[in-house]
Each structure stands twice: as C-alpha cells, then as structure tokens.
Ligand binder design. Sequence first.
Ligand SMILES: N[C@@H](CCC(=O)N[C@@H](CS)C(=O)NCC(=O)O)C(=O)O
Length: 222
Amino acid sequence: MITLYGATLSNYYNKVKLVLLEKGVPFTEQMQGTRSRDEAVLAATPLGKIPFVRIGDQTLCESQVIVDCIEALHPNPPLVPADPMAAAKVRELCAFMELYVELIGRELYGEAYFGGKTSDEVKARVREQLTRNLAALKRLVKFSPYIAGSEFTLADASAFATLPTVAGATKLALGEDLVAAAGIDWKPYLKLLGERPSVQRVNADRKRDAETAAAAAAAKKG
Ligand SMILES: N[C@@H](CCC(=O)N[C@@H](CS)C(=O)NCC(=O)O)C(=O)O
C-alpha cells in the first residue's frame, strides 16, 4: 500500500495523487505540512517539502521521481508510451514544465495565493523569464487533445499541476495571464481534463480543504 503525504492545496501533491488515481493504485493520504522539523519526516523528505510517499518500508520525495516510480511499479494503464523516444518526449515536457515554468512562476505564489508581497524587481524578472520560457513551451505542447499527443500521460499530470497555477499567479500578481498570452490555450484543455473522474476527485478534495482552511482562518480572526 502506498501512503501519500502532503496537502491537497499543493499542486505537486495533486500531480502525484492524479497519477495514483489514473492508475487505480490503492493509496491512503496522510496530511503533512511543509518545513517539518520532525526527524522521521526529514528522513523521508530532507528539505521538508511535500509531497513524499511511503511504499512498503521505503520513502521517496520529489514528485517527478515519485510518479516515475509509480509508473515502473504499476505499468498498467501506461502513462508513458512504450516507444523510448515517445516516452522521452513525454518526460521532456515534464522537465520543461517543472524547470522553466513552475519554478519561475512559483516566485509569484506568495503574493498571488498567500497574502504576501513580491518586489517589483522580482516581478519584472519573472515576467521576462516566463515570457521567454512559455514561448518555448508553446513549441512543445500538442493539445491533440492531450499535451503530448493522443493519450493522457505523465505530462498531463505535470500540466494539470502547473499551467492553471502559474496562469492564475501571473494574472493575480502581474495583471496578465502570461500562459494564455504565450498562445497556450490552457482553459479548454483543463476543461477536457476536468471530464476525468481522477481530476474531479483531486479538484473536489482541494476545494473541500480550501473551504475548511478558510473557515478556520475566519473563526480565528473572530
Ligand atoms: N521539486 C519538488 C518540489 C516540491 C515543493 O516545492 N512543494 C512545496 C509545496 S507545493 C513545498 O513543500 N514547499 C515548501 C518549501 O519549499 O519549503 C517536487 O517536485 O516534489
């Protein structure tokens, strides 16, 4: 049995959860916040990041490593093509999404989603980098109808985690959806993904937990 640790408000957590659901792999969820100082948690995720998983008596962190491991342990249904080159193209998209979109866009999340403030200097740099990187991503995406081609793959799990989150962050913090501005038509694609029971479950759980967190914050404020 796999235990998935983290929180449904984390897009990286939801990427792994989506893959588990797509594959029909039994798993349980264990709430775990970020930056834990608990030695047992740090043994599993040395930077205290979420998600991480326990598989039998082993633990693993890093969402892409985790989904690759799940793919290897549970190859059916496949979320990576059998052809090695096609499989590499899927992983190319995953890498691009993580390195050049998620990790840059993430610098805006504090202001966009958590009531923080991002300096104008950082905003200008993020805008410049994302504009370049999203134009590059546009050359890789297929949307036919899935991001890497005709089948749902691990690249769709990455895109599900990253595209709406970065699009929303740029809209909120920079006043413009840079994903859409780059010609990446992510909204109809997300709607298509939203027809999948796996995505519906991930979205419903995230909404439930967001509402619970908002209610708790309101009660604390008095
Ligand atoms: N590369 C990691 C990134 C995970 C990550 O940054 N998760 C966020 C939550 S969405 C986190 O734990 N942030 C806390 C921190 O960076 O200290 C992965 O793919 O799992």
